[in-house]
Design a protein around this ligand. Structure first.
Ligand SMILES: Nc1ncnc2c1ncn2[C@@H]1O[C@H](COP(=O)(O)OP(=O)(O)O)[C@@H](O)[C@H]1O
Ligand SMILES: [Mg+2]
Length: 355
């Protein structure tokens, strides 16, 4: 695991400069903030910066991942529980909201909350009171700043009935959008330098620099996994590149090949094969086996197309291949066959970058 967390928001692109100003402005108030943007763009680090630059900085910043836990555990994580309230509750435990009293709670992936949890959260936001799991008495009144984040389109979810509109308006007092890395490529060299320094500090490595050509290729890559993907790439390079300089040939073929696609004019890229296939599966509910699979087997589409489709699925499914299989309208018994297919044709993408 990484020991250093960047509380320093790196970036000087116009988009990041505007974001820095917004963070400063927002930090002074107590207003709720909703941060949106693709996975890995830096939503959490923006939330941390808002906390760190405001009057609550000396108190706790308590992040809660609303996607990672089953509902009952999430409820206890947020609100706490009393001893004996469920098997394994050996003692009273404060929730993250209570721990963040006078500080900030960060509700990550808030779009993944069940409707029941959304109701409990809304009640807390309206009253400021928490009700611990298993407790009968009146809840404790708290002073917590709430910052939430999601990579989902909550307005779409409201239309679908999977996100409560009243909760949305509670959370969305201030809306901050963190743009994807490919829309602020000027920041890439700065981030490369920052991550190089971080990982050199953590590893024995003979690397001392990155060649200008390699930086150029890194800058032109599309970074579907955004800053998190770049961070992971730099960590790998520090460990694996022979040194002293990271050169273009040390970069993975994906990064080197993708950049040619990225260099094509925007208009030409607007609709790609992967776009169409992905849309057919998601919108038309066609199966992977009747769309991507036959086209690939007949060599109508390339491995890169398949990988792009899978990458999108992983992004949507936050790195969970089982969910990707469901998104692609496969039967659950086809899961193994799906993984075997990907492995056999070298289309399996590391899921960790999307977690
Ligand atoms: N502007 C930035 N400067 C420095 N590090 C960043 C920046 N944006 C993102 N990171 C790093 O990239 C990784 C992913 O960021 P994170 O905030 O977790 O993204 P998200 O919450 O949007 O998925 C983290 O390790 C974070 O520290
Ligand atoms: Mg995150």
């Amino acid at each position: 695991m990484r020991s250093k967390t960047h509380v320093q928001l790196v970036g000087q692109s116009p988009a990041m400069a505007a974001l820095q100003q917004e963070v400063d402005r927002v930090a002074r108030s107590d207003a709720k903030v909703l941060i949106t943007g693709e996975s890995g763009v830096g939503k959490e680090i923006v939330a941390k910066s808002i906390h760190a630059r405001g009057p609550r900085a000396s108190n706790i910043f308590a992040p809660v991942n609303c996607a990672g836990l089953p509902e009952t555990l999430l409820e206890s994580e947020l609100f706490g529980h009393v001893k004996g309230s469920f098997t394994g509750a050996y003692r009273d435990k404060p929730g993250k909201l209570e721990m963040a009293h006078m500080g900030t709670t960060f509700l990550d992936e808030v779009g993944e909350m069940t409707l029941r949890m959304q109701g409990l959260l809304l009640r807390f936001l309206e009253t400021g009171e928490i009700q611990k799991v298993g407790s009968e008495g009146a809840g404790r009144n708290l002073n917590v700043r709430v910052i939430a984040a999601t990579n989902r389109d909550l307005r779409d979810m409201i239309k679908l009935g999977t996100f409560r509109e009243d909760l949305f308006y509670r959370l969305n007092v201030i809306h901050i959008v963190v743009p994807p890395l490919r829309e602020r490529r000027e920041d890439i060299p700065l981030l490369v330098a920052e991550f190089l320094e971080t990982f050199l500090g953590q590893n024995r490595s003979s690397i001392t620099s990155v060649s200008p050509e390699a930086i150029k290729v890194l800058t032109e890559y599309t970074w579907p996994g955004n800053v998190r993907e770049l961070e992971n790439v730099m960590e790998r390079l520090v460990v694996t590149a022979p040194g002293p300089t990271i050169e273009v040939e040390h970069l993975s073929s994906e990064i080197r090949v993708q950049d040619r696609v990225a260099l094509r004019p925007k208009r030409e890229r607007r609709r790609t094969v992967a776009d169409d296939l992905y849309k057919r599966m998601i919108d038309q509910r066609e199966s992977f086996w009747s769309t991507v699979y036959p086209l690939f087997m007949d060599r109508e589409i390339t491995r890169a197309n398949v990988r792009e489709v899978v990458r999108r699925g992983l992004e949507e499914a936050r790195g969970n291949y089982k969910i990707v299989a469901r998104l692609f309208n496969m039967e659950s018994r086809d899961y193994k066959r799906f993984l075997n297919f990907l492995r056999k044709h070298d289309c399996q993408i590391p899921f960790k970058d999307y977690r």
